[in-house]
Design a protein around this ligand. Structure first.
Ligand code: NDP
Length: 259
C-alpha cells in the first residue's frame, strides 16, 4: 500500500461514542467518506438513527445506531456484541462521548464531580477496554482514538471546570497506558485534544454562550473550531497512515495552548 491509499478506511468497521451529533457526528462522517461502516453509539438513539441513516445514504456504507451509555459496562458489552453480530469485526473505536459541568471547586457537589468523571474518564476506559479486548482476542490490528481536550493541557478561564480538566488529563494518561499495554498486539491507542469547537456542548449551553466572545478574543485565530476540522486528524489516526503512531495526543486548537 502506498501514499494516499494508506488513508482509506474501506470496509473497516468503526464505532463512535457520542456520534449522534457534534464532534462525534463530524468524525463519523469523515470515517464514512473514507469507506468505513459506522456504528453510532449514543445515549440519544433517535438522533443517532438519523445520523446513521444520513451517513449510509450519502456514502453507501452500512451504518447502525446502538443506544449506549458509556458509563455502564453492560451497555458497552451490548454495543460490542451487537457489532460482532452485525459486522463480525471492529477496527476503529472513537471513544468520544463527554460532558462539561461548570462549578467552582469549593461548591462542586459530589454528584457533579462523579457525573463528569464517570462519562469523560470511566466512559472512555470502558469503551476503549471493550474495543481493545475484542481486537486483541480476534487478532485485529485496530486503532482506538480517545477524545481528550486542550483542557488536559491548560486550565480554561474564566469558567470553573475542575472536574472536566481533571477528567481530560486522565484521558491522556489512560491513552498512553493502553498504548503501552497493547502495542505488542498491534492495537494502537491515541487521543485528540481539541480547542473550543462550535458544537451544542458549547453553543447550546446558557453558561458558555456568553463566554464565546471572550474565548475568541483570547484565541490566536479569533474563532471557534468547526467539528469538521477534526475529520482529517482522526482519519490519520484511524487509518494505516498512522501505523507507527501510538500513545500520542494531537492538539487541534488553533494555537490556543501555545502561550
Ligand atoms: P455534544 O454535547 O455536542 O455531543 C455529545 C454527545 O455525547 C451527545 O449526543 C450526548 O448525548 C452523548 N453522550 C453524553 N453522555 C453520554 C453517555 N453517557 N453515553 C453515550 N453518549 C453520551 O459534545 P461535543 O461534540 O462538543 O463533544 C464531544 C467530545 O469532545 C466530548 O468528550 C468533549 O468533552 C470533547 N471536547 C469538546 C470540545 C468543544 O469545544 N465542543 C473541546 C474539546 C473537547 P445526549 O445529548 O443524550 O446527552
Amino acid at each position: 500500500m502506498k501514499g494516499i491509499e494508506k488513508f482509506s478506511l474501506k470496509d473497516k468497521v468503526a464505532f463512535v461514542t457520542g456520534g449522534a451529533r457534534g464532534i462525534g457526528k463530524a468524525v463519523a462522517t469523515g470515517f464514512a467518506e473514507a469507506g468505513a461502516h459506522i456504528v453510532i453509539a449514543d445515549l440519544d438513539v433517535e438522533e443517532g438513527q438519523k445520523t446513521a441513516a444520513a451517513l449510509a445514504a450519502e456514502n453507501g456504507v452500512r451504518t447502525l445506531a446502538v443506544k449506549t451509555d458509556v458509563t455502564k459496562p453492560e451497555s458497552v458489552a451490548d454495543l460490542i456484541a451487537t457489532i460482532d453480530r452485525e459486522f463480525g469485526h471492529l477496527d476503529i473505536a472513537f471513544c468520544n462521548a463527554g460532558i462539561c459541568i461548570n462549578a467552582p471547586a469549593k461548591d462542586m457537589t459530589y454528584e457533579q464531580w462523579s457525573k463528569v468523571i464517570n462519562i469523560n474518564l470511566t466512559g472512555v476506559f470502558l469503551t476503549a477496554q471493550a474495543a481493545g479486548k475484542y481486537m486483541i482476542d480476534k487478532s485485529i490490528k485496530g486503532s482506538i482514538i480517545n477524545t481528550a481536550s486542550m483542557s488536559a493541557h491548560i486550565v480554561n478561564v474564566p469558567q470553573p471546570q475542575c472536574a472536566y480538566n481533571a477528567s481530560k488529563a486522565g484521558v491522556i494518561q489512560l491513552t498512553k497506558s493502553l498504548a503501552i499495554e497493547w502495542a505488542a498486539f498491534g492495537v494502537r491507542v491515541n487521543s485528540i485534544s481539541p480547542g473550543y469547537i462550535g458544537t451544542e456542548l458549547v453553543k447550546a449551553s446558557p453558561t458558555l454562550i456568553p463566554l464565546i466572545d471572550k474565548w475568541n478574543a483570547m484565541a490566536p485565530m479569533h474563532r471557534l473550531g468547526d467539528p469538521t476540522e477534526l475529520q482529517t486528524v482522526t482519519l490519520y489516526l484511524a487509518s494505516d497512515a498512522s501505523s507507527f503512531t501510538t500513545g500520542s495526543d494531537v492538539i487541534v486548537d488553533g494555537a490556543f495552548t501555545c502561550f
